[in-house]
Ligand binder design. Sequence first.
Ligand SMILES: *[C@@H]1O[C@H](CO)[C@@H](O)[C@H](O)[C@H]1NC(C)=O
Length: 340
Amino acid sequence: MAVMGFSSSEVLMLALLLSACCVMQISAEIRTCTIHKSPCFLKKIPCPAECPSATPTDPKAKVCYVDCESPICQAECKNRKPNCNGLGSACLDPRFVGADGIVFYFHGRRNEHFSLVSDVNLQINARFIGLRPAGRSRDYTWIQALGILFDSHNFSLEATPAAIWDDEVDHLKLHYDGKELDIPESEFSAWQCPENKLRLERTSSQNSVLITLPEVAEISVNVVPVTKEDSRVHNYQIPDDDCFAHLEVQFKFHGLSPKVEGILGRTYQPDFQNPAKLGVAMPVVGGEDKYRTTSLLTPDCGSCIFSAGVASEQKVPVIDHGMLDCTGGANSGNGIVCRK
Ligand SMILES: *[C@@H]1O[C@H](CO)[C@@H](O)[C@H](O)[C@H]1NC(C)=O
């Protein structure tokens, strides 16, 4: 039975929380890690005052988050939605913010694929969609899909096309190792792959997810349309039968190699000199031929350095699978709330 949009297990958890915490007058949640091998195993970790809850009811609020694989054992506040002005973002017709904070545009071409990030153990490609109104010299493009390769696995996330945008309709299509994932449309519903190498949670009921590759990357994604207003302002000339549903993305990476490549990835190289011209309204960078891949899930661009099967295993602590809920469903994460 669902009460106010909560599943019965969430209601139970809430009841537990109320009985355990509120008697002690703790306003911020206490979290812990239930993975035996975690350096933070069963340590009580208080959430910061700025983000007192791991499951705030306000979808815009930051969430309290504990990285159970980090020896620091402190909670931090995380944005669940992409910030298009934040480092590592790719939004609009794609407008990037590099690791160096420099804003640049990469137009690419519609119906082609380009590598955003290519590292030894991680490849992230993007499919560009778009149009070219008569008389224009280039395509207007947006990122419609992401393809991620890691170890010997693959994951893709696509925005499904729509004529007219409806916020209440989910426009996400997800595949892990070629199989389509069906993740219930409710906030906080989550899924993780059998070896816990990829975790996915919805950050709103529809059209927003956070993907976590432990120790490697966090990727927050929104699906959004090109609005009539955008089309008017930029003269995109969007047709009536396609709103060009596309992605807003923000990446956070852990431990990229100094040789990392890709349109966005290379801005993480320690000695990277951004070719984007400073002081111009729309600094465009090229590199189409270096970064083009033949499909969403092939790491075959000229500058690509990914090699399949190079696991991040050496880096990831062994995880006690017995403690993990790998069957999917809401809140199957590795942080639990408030056990006193
Ligand atoms: C994705 O992974 C599955 C399972 O390993 C594999 O069969 C499929 O060929 C992969 N897809 C691509 C495009 O590499």
